[in-house]
Design a protein around this ligand. Structure first.
Ligand SMILES: [Zn+2]
Length: 162
């Protein structure tokens, strides 16, 4: 007998396609799981931002995982409102992101002036806040490229937000 709790546990194994160290649950994109019967499930996800190319990969990842658990009818519903917030990302997800060398998103309150002079993104390697924005687009559209003035290493900053 599969319960909704099991579905959440299955989804904890679905990795973010761009950042394999965090799961789709750490990312906070899975909003709701509705178990219809033992072979059918609806999963509601909110994209990190509209048009994020990673979302189709996330939907496929969710589908593949649940297919492998014996589900036949998996409906991945995209819900755009309320909009995804970096606050939905788990603390352990943010920590693993940093260990992976990507600066985790700053608290929502700072997002308004993300690219102003006053906001200092911490270097994930040496933790210096003496960093500068190189490009608003890093390795993917979801990330901005920064460079650390202390250790001179470039790094990605995860900036998906609204
Ligand atoms: Zn550094």
């Amino acid at each position: 007998m599969v319960t909704e709790q099991h579905i959440w546990e299955f989804l904890a194994d679905v990795q973010d396609p761009e950042i394999p160290v965090i799961s789709v649950l750490d990312l906070g994109v899975v909003r709701k799981v509705d178990l219809i019967d033992q072979q059918s499930v609806d999963v509601t996800v909110t994209p990190t931002y509209s048009g994020c190319p990673a979302m189709s990969a996330i939907s496929i990842g969710i589908r593949m995982k649940l297919l492998s658990k014996g589900f036949k009818k998996i409906n991945v519903i995209h819900q755009l409102s309320p909009a995804w917030s970096t606050d939905w990302m788990s603390e352990s997800g943010k920590k693993r992101l940093q260990e992976y060398g990507i600066a985790p998103p700053q608290p929502q309150s700072h997002d308004g002036d993300l690219f102003s002079e006053d906001v200092h993104i911490e270097c994930p390697r040496c933790h210096s806040v003496d960093t500068k924005l190189i490009s608003q687009f890093g390795s993917t559209a979801c990330k901005a490229l920064y460079q650390c003035e202390s250790c001179h290493e470039p790094f990605d900053y995860f900036k998906c937000h609204h």
